[in-house]
Design a protein. Structure first.
Length: 477
């Protein structure tokens, strides 16, 4: 029998709907994560610039971004809470046996969520009500709270990839838990910094892309220029750093999770002088079709030498490694992520070269087209990164200790599929509402700018009294 079909036949019927539901909710939630983690920092950079330069336009942008940040956080609370429940509902085997070991990460993330909610409320309240310096200082802990939340989640995920900090008793249950070792696993540092910088890159390009689109439509005032420059500069500075961190984490996977690395690079047999395949499809017999084959490059990338030995998928039994389909998915996701990263590096270099030569923004329409697309491309790269991480770890939910099939719920598959359908409907409503709110905010801001066109958008100073609204305009507010 086909190996993939054989493994699927042995899987419990609940596994496919449980994995599909978890994948959908995680993929949906992660769209919001870059803004949740990095937008507070970008907003405070703009805020600090506005205070230092006495620039009302920068302060206006910071105030508006803080409103987006609050709406995004509210939606993120919903999607994040769903994920928290799913860990217990869909994977009781994981939480029942291993919750005492890695659950501290979720505890840290919950406290960070609570702290961030309080800080966002204070920051929003402070506009027009607090002294500028006091308001800015009260906002400074926001990025730290966002990073703390990322710390908790990445600690849990890195533990699932390289579990440490426990011993197993005669029944196979963990005992003698060492919290510090469970948090600071070999993969924690590479995963955490790779993730954090990815959030800065993605949020920067997403925000800048909004103003790049406006630039392409002829809105080339200072408001759009500044709204583009600050977030794009943050993203452009972080992009080459992220590229190096990506190379570092791939090398850590090569050493710490060699079978996952084999899936990412669709390496079938352990060997030296291993070629690199750009895309391509792995078949159950180990053959590869399609793609671009580059001789010896995989060994060179892994160990800087063509004679570097790369572990293949067949180094472990079939039930302890990703099947051919899963390896192909992980490989395609990995290649897509790296490809997008390379294009973003070129875009950042274009920006840096133009600034170095002329001390001004690039003038080419193609640059702004690329910048407008970069935000969406960055989100796709983040999605591909998580696909690589999770699919490449299969069939393990706790690497080398518990399979996904052992952790899944015993709930009937029909009930899980029904739940999946309901969650899809709810998420369509939630994200549709999120988009509607953002579009409504954009319309209101544009109307406010038009009403004050004679004085410029800077006239609505965030630290001054609210401007009077004419009776004829009150219906549009």
């Amino acid at each position: 029998m086909h190996t993939t079909l054989h493994l699927l036949a042995d899987a419990p019927p609940q596994l496919l709907p449980a994995r599909s539901l978890m994948a959908f909710t995680l993929a949906s939630h992660i769209i919001l994560v870059p803004l949740g983690v990095a937008l507070p920092l970008i907003t405070l950079i703009m805020h600090g610039y506005g205070l230092r330069k006495g620039d009302p336009t920068a302060l206006l942008l910071a105030r508006r971004w803080s409103a987006v940040m609050a709406v995004q956080f509210a939606i993120g609370v919903v999607t994040g809470t769903v994920l928290s429940f799913e860990f217990g509902l869909l994977w009781p085997g994981l939480m029942g046996r291993w919750g005492d070991v890695f659950g501290i990460g979720f505890g840290v993330e919950a406290w960070a969520f609570f702290l961030e909610a309080v800080l966002i409320a204070i920051y929003l309240y402070g506009w027009r009500r607090l002294k500028p310096r006091t308001h800015f200082l009260l906002g400074l802990p926001l990025p730290a709270a966002a990073l703390l939340g990322a710390f908790g989640i990445l600690a849990a995920n890195s533990w699932m990839n390289t579990p440490r900090g426990f011993t197993l008793d005669a029944e196979g249950d963990p005992t003698d838990v060492n919290i510090w070792k469970a948090i600071f696993t070999p993969m924690f540092g590479p995963q955490y910094w790779h993730f954090v910088v990815a959030m800065l890159v993605t949020a920067g390009y997403v925000v800048a892309g909004v103003y790049a689109s406006g630039w392409l439509r002829g809105r080339r005032d200072r408001y759009h220029r500044l709204g583009f420059t600050v977030p794009f500069t943050v993203a452009a500075v972080c992009t080459p750093v992220q590229f190096m961190l990506g190379d570092s984490i791939a090398r850590q996977v090569f050493h710490k999770q060699p079978v996952k690395f084999a899936a990412m690079e669709i390496v079938w047999k352990t060997d030296t002088h291993v070629p690199e395949y750009l895309y391509g499809r792995l078949h159950p017999d180990g053959s590869i079709s399609g793609g671009i084959r580059i001789p010896q490059l995989d060994s060179v990338l892994a160990g800087f030498r063509p004679d570097t030995k790369v572990t293949g998928l067949t180094s472990v039994p079939a039930d302890q490694r990703p099947n051919a389909t899963q390896a192909t998915i992980a490989h395609w996701a990995f290649d897509t992520m790296v490809g997008i990263g390379c294009l973003l590096v070129l875009l950042a270099l274009w920006y840096a070269l133009a600034w170095w030569r002329r001390r001004r923004l690039p003038e080419s329409t193609w640059f702004y087209r690329g910048a407008a697309v970069a935000g969406v491309a960055s989100v796709v790269a983040v999605e591909c990164g998580w696909i690589t991480t999770e699919v490449g770890r299969q069939p393990w939910i706790v690497y080398g200790n518990m399979r996904v099939s052992e952790a899944v719920t015993s709930t009937h598959a029909t009930g899980l599929w029904t739940m999946f359908g309901l969650v899809v409907l709810v998420y369509v409503f939630v994200f549709g509402s999120f988009l509607l709110v953002l579009l409504t905010m954009r319309t209101r801001w544009r109307l406010a700018d038009e009403r004050q066109a004679a004085e410029g958008p800077e006239a609505d100073t965030p630290y001054g009294p609210r401007p009077a609204v004419a009776a004829s305009d009150s219906g549009r507010s």
